[in-house]
Ligand binder design. Structure first.
Ligand code: BG6
Ligand code: MG
Length: 228
């Protein structure tokens, strides 16, 4: 293990919940049904793709021009930014502060691979910006998750081979992205939604350097056996 590449929302802090609340508020305004099950499909997905999925879900896509959709996205982001403005280091999910310190101590490189344009603001609020060697700018990417581009870009920015990287995610699209990048995928969440991950933890407090290191070693051994 030479590098760990983190997703942000739902892994480092509970902003996945804030995205849900902000989309729910917008969907309610548009009279589109929106529940937690549907929200699962939006995790890891960009703002514009999420809006498109919500409008399709409500059978109202044809009613909105590109300008109108931009207004809706701005509105959702305003709701979201109201929610994140109160974030402080206390909002780090359990165990994350310790995990970042352990990884730093072990000289593991750290990157952030989040689809969120709000990521730098959130890292500043949580006071963990300096823990990361690099942050992928989602605006520079051609393809979002589940495409591997964001995780491959993170590995490239760190100058580490993808096979020496671990990716940590809470979204199905994110796990798919890590797997197609050829990395060891760690899923935070329930067994059903994280089924494609190589290692699943129920809570962020279960994550530790030892767990990641051992998990990756076993994964490598298994792969070597299959290849030989
Ligand atoms: C991802 C979230 O990290 O970022 C998605 O999982 C969100 O729910 C996406 O839509 C884009 O975020 P933002 O902050 O740019 O709207
Ligand atoms: Mg996430």
């Amino acid at each position: 293990m030479k590098a760990v590449i983190f997703d942000l929302d739902g892994v480092i802090t509970d902003t996945a919940e804030y995205h849900f609340l902000a989309w729910k508020r917008l969907a309610d305004q548009l009279n589109i049904s929106f529940d937690r099950d549907f929200n699962e499909r939006l995790k890891g997905i960009s703002r514009s793709e999420s809006l498109d999925m919500i409008l399709v879900h409500g059978h109202v896509s044809a009613q909105y021009s590109e300008d109108a959709k931009q207004d809706l996205m701005n509105e959702k982001n305003r709701y979201y930014q109201q929610l994140i403005q109160t974030l402080t280091p206390d909002n780090l999910l359990p165990g994350i502060r310790q995990l970042l310190s352990e990884l730093k101590h072990q000289q593991i490189k750290l990157a952030l691979a989040s689809a969120s344009r709000n990521a730098p603001t959130i890292l500043e609020c949580l006071k963990i910006m300096d823990d990361f060697h690099t942050i992928v700018d989602p605006e520079t990417l051609a393809n979002g998750k589940p495409d591997p581009e964001i995780f491959l870009t993170a590995a490239k920015q760190l100058s580490v081979s993808p096979t020496d990287c671990i990716g940590i995610e809470d979204a199905e699209a994110g796990i798919a992205s890590i797997k197609s990048a050829g990395m060891f995928a760690v899923g935070v969440g329930n067994k059903q939604s994280m089924a494609a991950a190589d290692l699943i933890v129920g809570e962020t407090s279960d994550l530790s350097f030892t767990l990641l290191d051992n998990g990756m070693k076993q994964w490598r051994e298994k792969r070597n056996k299959i290849e030989s």
